[in-house]
Design a protein around this ligand. Structure first.
Ligand SMILES: [Fe+2]
Ligand SMILES: [Fe+2]
Length: 177
């Protein structure tokens, strides 16, 4: 870590802006990757409730990509994606979980586990971005980021509800007649 004692507040703001831009490039890559990963989850899901939740969030995710582009534009920067190694790993793990799970209720449970990790990563990133943006007084950017953050939180809450209602072990375990 560098010595910051001699830095002026202008210099710090510039550095925070740079860090913010970096985080934005990271989540822009992640959102684009998710537009390809979520359809695979939908294909493997069996519960209609889970499929619907994922389809709704796929549509929102496509909007998140566009919203990220709007944020770059508002900041006067070119929209650039920087590979998010963390999201790449979460998506890879999701694929492994789906490959290993039995079909049906267990695969749905695996999808929900993976999808909630995705949402929590996004919530953490957008939460940080909102804080940086507020600190820098970027009101328009803050409100765009807050819209996405809200949708990520709602997606996470919906997945929790689906987990409670669709992953019904007793019903799934009943002997078939
Ligand atoms: Fe998103
Ligand atoms: Fe999301």
């Amino acid at each position: 870590m560098k010595n910051v004692k001699t830095q002026s507040s202008d210099e710090l703001a510039t550095k925070l802006g740079k860090l913010m831009e970096d985080q934005l490039k990271d989540i822009y890559w992640a959102e684009k990757a998710l537009t390809k990963a979520i359809p695979k989850m939908i294909k493997n899901a069996t519960s209609t409730e889970l499929q619907e939740a994922l389809e709704n969030h796929l549509a929102e995710t496509e909007e998140h990509v566009q919203r990220a582009e709007k944020i770059f534009e508002t900041l006067g920067k070119k929209a650039t994606a920087k590979k998010c190694v963390a999201m790449e790993g979460i998506i890879k793990e999701a694929q492994e979980l789906m490959d290993e799970a039995d079909e049906g209720v267990m695969c749905d449970a695996a999808i929900i586990a993976a999808a909630q990790k995705v949402e929590h990563y996004e919530i953490a990133t957008y939460g940080t971005l909102v804080a940086f943006s507020q600190t820098l007084g970027l009101n328009e950017v803050t409100s765009l980021l807050e819209s996405t953050l809200e949708e990520e939180k709602n997606a996470d809450a919906t997945l929790s509800e689906v987990a409670e209602s669709a992953i019904n072990i007793e019903a799934a375990g009943e002997p078939q007649e």
